[in-house]
Each structure stands twice: as structure tokens, then as C-alpha cells.
Design a binder for this molecule. Structure first.
Ligand code: HGY
Ligand code: MN
Ligand code: MN
Length: 414
């Protein structure tokens, strides 16, 4: 096993810096929604770096990018690594990007070490990890895992009414959605390097997290229909105000999540759309976008059921019709012990103390784990902050994560 390895943080830092400037927000905020111009520039930047590292690059119809370092045994299943570079509005520069550019750096420092992989090592940049454009996250990895077939993908729409194929073709992708699934023997292992996006590693002052399980995410849209009307002339007794039902439900989502008895249950009303949205007009429609998660499927489903029940009770009491649309409801993932052990051995060689932990955020690994033995490596997030411009991991923390990833990949590719 390679006994020492060093991340070239000057090189990686410059690339992180460059990519952070590819944004549709005012830096340091990063907005890079899939299939936007910023996304296209990020893709071209990444593919160019991969070609410079002599990786063989291909892109599938939905925009997953695969950059392969050919191993000596072309018939052997490859080892995969990677993450995403799309970013929600007003986000930070590390979410996903550390796993994509850090994955490339891990490959380069192995190449520079003279390591020769038996199994090919393949770096992925997944399309659409964030739900911003199509309302559901991890579209690229769902497609690879076969969780979403062509019909399901084409049923989605963005704000302009385009389906993913139409939106992908606008930036020059084929938009072919019928050949995205990978076979189970395509990867022997998949490892994703990612920022923790939570406070645990920083609080206990450890440099590396090794993920043993990924929480089960669910999201839904609940819409109340009211009557609307003039804010001055409709008396209070005659009103059927949709926003008030939405306000009650948003508070209930918070209470339900706190009441499950599990500290791992989280409930968020991240979207609240009011129609017509005029200050002097009573809301006639209110849509809530609700995100509910837990590491245990049964507890998560209990919170989802409780939310639906409460929404129906509010609808009855206020005589406001409602619609409930489940967007996604995914099982949790368990990471593979063999890869967990490889990552721990890498930490031992590098004299780093890791923490075995769960991931409360979902990641593309949640879906890669449907087909392949999968694991994640976390680095600390300052203050546990993420999905904000002040998201931050230090160059030292990033370098440690890259070095652990490199030695983990080397073990898996031997
Ligand atoms: O929401 C998530 O967990 C991920 O960061 N998209
Ligand atoms: Mn994210
Ligand atoms: Mn992410």
C-alpha cells in the first residue's frame, strides 16, 4: 500500500477558486443550476481538466460526465468516485465540488506517485444533484441506478415547462434518456468525497468522517385552494384564506418532526408560494414544498403520514380543498463495510483519526448504493454551515480528504 501521499493544494485551490467564479450570483455566493449557462461553463472547465489528466471523457444523455483512468485489467469492474457541481441559488463553493475536483486531484496525485491501477478508476460529475430545476434531486444518479426510467424522467418539468431532455439538449447534450442505467458489474466500488454540511466533525475536532449510512429523504408539494378577494372589502367572517392553512401546516411540520422521538427526524417547509401574491389581495392558493428525512425509514414515513393527516384536518376545518403530491420518498442507504474498512486503513496510514457517522444530507451516493458497494468520506464544514455563501472547509481539511480518498481508491483499484 502507498505509505505517503500529498495533495497539491496550490493546484486544487486554484481550480476551486476558478470554479467558484462560474456562478450566476454575486461571488462569494454560488448559483449554478443544472443546464444553465453557468452549468455549461462548469462542465467544459471540468472536462478540460480531465483531458489534461489524460482521462478518457464521455457524457451521457442527461449530462452525467464519466472521466476514466484506464486500468491494466480492462475486463475488471472499475472503481468510481465523484460528486456534483450544480449548486442551489445563493449557495457555497464546496458542496459537491470538493468531491469532483478533489476526486480529480486524488487521481492526479496517484498518477504522479506512479501508481498503476489494475481496475480502472472513473471520476463522475453527476447531473442535477440539486432539486432546483426539476423539483427532485439526484436525477443523474437516479437514472444511472435505474430508479427513474425514461418515462419518469420525461414526466418532469422545469419552470419554463421543459422536460430534462429538452433542457439538456439546449446546452448541447444528446438528451437521450433511454440508455442511462449502468449494469451492476460496471463498478466494483463507489466512493464520494463530500463536505459534511453539518457540525459534528468540527465539534469533536476530527478531520475525517466515514459514512456508514445515508438518511432517507422524502419531499412533497401540498396546495390549499381558498377563495381570494379584495383585502379591503371582504370581511373577516367571509374569508377563505389559503395562506392561513399553509401557515398552520408549516408550523405542524416542525412540531411533527420534533415529536417523533428520534433526533434524526428533520422536517422543513422550504418553499411557500402564495397566489396571487399581492399585498391587497387575499391569498386564493398556497403551495408548500416540504422536505422530511430520517435515517430510519419507518420514522421518516411516520412523519410523512402525520403531515398528510394534519394537512387533511386543516383542509376540513377551514373548508379549503387541498392537493398532496409526493415528489420523492427514498429508502436510506447502508454503506459497504469493505469500503469503510479501506477508508479507515487510509486514515491509519495518514495518521488521521476518522469518525464513523451517518449522512443527514442526501447525495448521489444514496442512489449509487442501489447498484454498487458505496461509501462516503466527509471533511468538516465550518460551523456546520452549507447551502450558504459562507460555507467553508479549509485547504488543510480539503487536502486531508483528498489524500484519504486517494489511498482508498488505490486499495480498491489494486
Ligand atoms: O438536500 C440535500 O441533502 C442535498 O444537499 N441536495
Ligand atoms: Mn447540496
Ligand atoms: Mn452535495
Amino acid at each position: 500500500m502507498i505509505e505517503s501521499i500529498r495533495c497539491n493544494m496550490a493546484r486544487l485551490g486554484a481550480e476551486l477558486e476558478k470554479l467558484s467564479s462560474v456562478t450566476e450570483a454575486t461571488p462569494p455566493a454560488v448559483t449554478r443550476v443544472v443546464f444553465s449557462d453557468a452549468d455549461l461553463r462548469a462542465r467544459n472547465f471540468f472536462k478540460d481538466l480531465c483531458r489534461k489528466a489524460n482521462l478518457r471523457v464521455r457524457e451521457d444523455g442527461i449530462g452525467n460526465i464519466f472521466a476514466r483512468w484506464q486500468g491494466s485489467d480492462p475486463g475488471a469492474a472499475a472503481v468510481g468516485t465523484g460528486s456534483h457541481t450544480d449548486a442551489i441559488p445563493n449557495a457555497g463553493l464546496y458542496d459537491g465540488v470538493v468531491g469532483v475536483l478533489g476526486g480529480l486531484e486524488a487521481i492526479r496525485i496517484l498518477q504522479e506517485k506512479g501508481f498503476e491501477p489494475r481496475r480502472s478508476i472513473e471520476l463522475l460529475m453527476f447531473a442535477t444533484e440539486e432539486p432546483t430545476r426539476f423539483g427532485v434531486g439526484c436525477l443523474g444518479s437516479r437514472a444511472i441506478a435505474g430508479t427513474y426510467d425514461e418515462a419518469k424522467i420525461l414526466s418532469l418539468r422545469d419552470g419554463d415547462g421543459r422536460n430534462p431532455s429538452e433542457a439538456a439538449r439546449r446546452i448541447g447534450l444528446s438528451g437521450e434518456m433511454n440508455a442511462l442505467v449502468l449494469s451492476r458489474d460496471y463498478y466494483d466500488a463507489f466512493v464520494e468525497l463530500h463536505i459534511e454540511q453539518g457540525p459534528v466533525l468540527e465539534r469533536i475536532d476530527l478531520p475525517i468522517g466515514i459514512v456508514t449510512a445515508i438518511a432517507a429523504p422524502a419531499s412533497m408539494r401540498i396546495t390549499f385552494e381558498g377563495e381570494g378577494g379584495h383585502a379591503g372589502t371582504v370581511l373577516m367572517a367571509d374569508r377563505r384564506d389559503a395562506l392561513l392553512a399553509g401557515a398552520e401546516l408549516a408550523l405542524a411540520v416542525d412540531e411533527i418532526a420534533r415529536a417523533t422521538g428520534s433526533p434524526d427526524t428533520v422536517g422543513t417547509t422550504g418553499m411557500l408560494e402564495v397566489f396571487p401574491g399581492a399585498i391587497n389581495s387575499i391569498p386564493s392558493r398556497c403551495m408548500l414544498g416540504i422536505d422530511i428525512r430520517d435515517t430510519q425509514l419507518a420514522t421518516r414515513d411516520l412523519a410523512v403520514a402525520g403531515t398528510k393527516l394534519t394537512a387533511r384536518e386543516i383542509s376540513e376545518r377551514r373548508a379549503l380543498p387541498l392537493t398532496i403530491e409526493m415528489i420523492n420518498s427514498d429508502p436510506p442507504a447502508t454503506c459497504d463495510p469493505r469500503i469503510v474498512a479501506a477508508a479507515e486503513r487510509a486514515c491509519e496510514v495518514l495518521e488521521l483519526k476518522p469518525l464513523r457517522m451517518v449522512s443527514r444530507a442526501y447525495h448521489d451516493s444514496l442512489f449509487m448504493a442501489r447498484l454498487f458497494p458505496t461509501c462516503m468520506i466527509f471533511i468538516p464544514s465550518r460551523g456546520g454551515v452549507s447551502h450558504r455563501p459562507d460555507e467553508y472547509s479549509s485547504p488543510e481539511q480539503i487536502a486531508r480528504g483528498v489524500e484519504v480518498l486517494a489511498l482508498t481508491l488505490a486499495q480498491l483499484a489494486e
